[in-house]
Structures are given as structure tokens and as C-alpha cells.
Design a protein around this ligand. Structure first.
Ligand SMILES: Nc1ncnc2c1ncn2[C@@H]1O[C@H](COP(=O)(O)OP(=O)(O)OP(=O)(O)O)[C@@H](O)[C@H]1O
Ligand SMILES: [Mg+2]
Length: 298
């Protein structure tokens, strides 16, 4: 097998020349992306670059104006449910859970998509149905354990902290037993500890054999997670390559940050100095409050 053939055999998801035009707006122009088996690919770019639109084209939510999306060589249908059944699962930029269902029920919904349990089977509730249900619960609990939410399976989803809601959405996506998982800003709104936990979780997902595409604004997160990174700017792929090459590319620094690197570094240094001033002022204020409190004590 030569290198080109090997690359072909290795590819799970292949988007070719995807173009999406809304009225007069070209949101995506000739975007191609290749996801190898067991790989994690990152998609970064400024707000409005077309990242979510690209996911919508991959998952059949939008029908691209031009281009094709293939999963293991087979063209994907323009129907989100069929795309999920074919093996592509996703999470959304704005978490989309069933807020009034429990944690476990949310994962079971994903599982039922995978089982394709029809309404007739649920009507008659025969032995096969009950066996299927037991297996579904077992697998759902396994996935909750995997993402670290097993202890709170009976909590109502809307009561979960934001980071847990994001992890639950991932568990639900995994319940469809996908070959490919698409994550749209999985760490948005997370603190540094939660972000690191999310990074480790994505590695573990990859280790189970699922290939992953991640959209994220946090470039440090992306560069330390992905095997390759595509930079989307105004609907076009500006650069694609390993984290090392993308990170150092002056076009990326300028396009992504909107200004030359030196200027950004100076701004960061200035912001850091200001933060230190504010923190020491807060410390002083707190000391004054504590002193006052102690004085007031009998
Ligand atoms: N259904 C739609 N109809 C019209 N325009 C749309 C539609 N969906 C997206 N767009 C436009 O396409 C462009 C790309 O939007 P998109 O949400 O894909 O960007 P993004 O890279 O995900 O941005 P962000 O980082 O803010 O999430 C925007 O100009 C947006 O307004
Ligand atoms: Mg988006």
C-alpha cells in the first residue's frame, strides 16, 4: 500500500469543497477537511468564521450549496437523524439537553436513537423490549461513569452546573455509538480545572476508537489536544497542519488575533500588570474589613 492509499484507508470523515451560501453571504467557501481514524482534529477561527456552519453541513442540518461529506467513503444523507444513525454524533455550542429529564434519561434518549426501537416495540412491551431496555440502561450508566456523572444520574439536567451539562451532552452523543464525534466549543464557560478534565475526557474518548473534531476558541487547549488543526477565516481554510506549524504561522497569529504578535504580547503584559494591581487592592480592602471585624468583636 503506498502512502496515498494508506491515507485513504485511514480516513473516517472526509469533507470536500464544502460551500455554504445564505442569500448573498458565503459562510463557507470550498472547505475541505479530512479526519483520520483515531485522530483529534481542531477547528479554530474568529467569531463568525463559519465553524458551526461547517458542523451543520457535516451533520445534515444544512445542505451545502456545493461539496460533499463522506463517512468511510459513503456520502452522508442531508438528514440529521440519518447522519447520527450512520455514525456521526455532535454536541452544540449552546448546550441542548432535555432540561426537565434526569441525567440518566438524557443519555437514554441518545441510546434509543442507536437502538432504533420503534413505537410498536414500546407499545407491546414484550420480553425483547424489556431486555433491550435493560441493556440500554446498563450502557447509559457505563457512559455516565465514563464522563464522571454516574453519582448524579437521578438529578434533573437543568439543575446541573454548566460544566456537568456539557459532559452530559457528550455522554448522550456517545450513547449513539458514533465513529465520529463533533464537539462545538466543549469548554466554553468552564474554569481551568474543568477545561483540563474535558481535555483528558476527549483523549479517553479517542482511546475508545472514536475520531473527534473539536471547535474551540481556546487555542492553548486546541494545540495541546489535537493531532492537526485547521484555521477557518471568513469561511475559508487559511492554514491546516500540526499544532506546531499552525501556532507559529504569522498569518494565523495576525488573522486570528487581528493584529501582529508583538502588539498582542504587549497588550497581554499590560493586562497582567493591571490585574496584579487590582488583586493587591482587593487584598488591601479585605484586610481592612477583617481588621474592622476584629475591632468590633467584644
Ligand atoms: N442559517 C443561517 N442563515 C444565515 N446566515 C447564517 C446562518 N447560519 C450562519 N450564518 C452566518 O454564517 C456566518 C458564520 O457563522 P457561524 O455561526 O458558523 O460562525 P462561527 O465560526 O461558529 O462563530 P462563533 O465562533 O461565534 O461561534 C455568520 O456570518 C452567520 O451569521
Ligand atoms: Mg460557532
Amino acid at each position: 500500500m503506498n502512502a496515498a492509499q494508506h491515507r485513504l484507508a485511514d480516513t473516517v470523515l472526509e469533507a470536500t469543497g464544502v460551500t455554504m451560501i445564505f442569500g448573498g453571504l458565503t459562510a463557507l467557501n470550498d472547505v475541505s477537511l479530512s479526519l483520520g481514524e483515531g485522530r483529534i482534529v481542531g477547528l479554530i477561527g474568529p467569531n463568525g468564521a463559519g465553524k458551526t456552519t461547517f458542523f451543520n453541513c457535516l451533520t445534515g442540518l444544512y445542505v451545502p450549496t456545493r461539496g460533499s461529506v463522506r463517512l468511510k467513503g459513503t456520502e452522508l444523507p442531508s438528514d440529521p437523524a440519518k447522519v447520527t444513525s450512520a455514525g456521526v454524533a455532535r454536541t452544540f455550542q449552546n448546550v441542548r439537553l432535555f432540561p426537565n429529564m434526569t441525567v440518566l434519561e438524557n443519555v437514554l434518549v441518545g441510546r434509543h436513537i442507536q437502538m432504533k426501537q420503534g413505537p410498536i416495540a414500546s407499545l407491546f412491551h414484550g420480553p425483547a423490549f424489556h431486555k433491550g431496555e435493560r441493556a440500554a440502561r446498563e450502557r447509559s450508566r457505563e457512559l455516565l461513569e465514563f464522563v464522571g456523572l454516574r453519582d448524579i444520574e437521578n438529578e434533573v439536567a437543568r439543575n446541573l452546573p454548566y460544566g456537568d451539562q456539557r459532559r452530559l451532552e457528550i455522554a448522550r452523543a456517545l450513547a449513539t455509538e458514533p465513529a465520529v464525534l463533533l464537539l462545538d466549543e466543549p469548554t466554553a464557560g468552564m474554569n481551568p480545572q474543568e477545561t483540563e478534565a474535558a481535555r483528558q475526557l476527549i483523549f479517553r474518548i479517542r482511546d475508545t476508537g472514536v475520531s473527534v473534531v473539536v471547535i474551540e476558541h481556546d487555542t492553548k487547549f486546541i494545540f495541546s489536544l489535537c493531532d492537526s488543526v485547521s484555521v477557518l477565516v471568513q469561511g475559508e481554510v487559511l492554514v491546516e497542519g500540526t499544532p506546531e506549524t499552525v501556532r507559529e504561522d504569522p498569518r494565523v497569529i495576525e488573522a486570528y488575533l487581528g493584529k501582529p504578535r508583538e502588539e498582542v504580547e504587549a497588550e497581554v503584559a499590560e493586562a497582567a500588570a493591571e490585574t496584579t494591581t487590582v488583586i493587591s487592592r482587593i487584598d488591601d480592602d479585605q484586610t481592612a474589613v477583617i481588621d474592622k471585624y476584629r475591632e468590633d468583636q467584644p
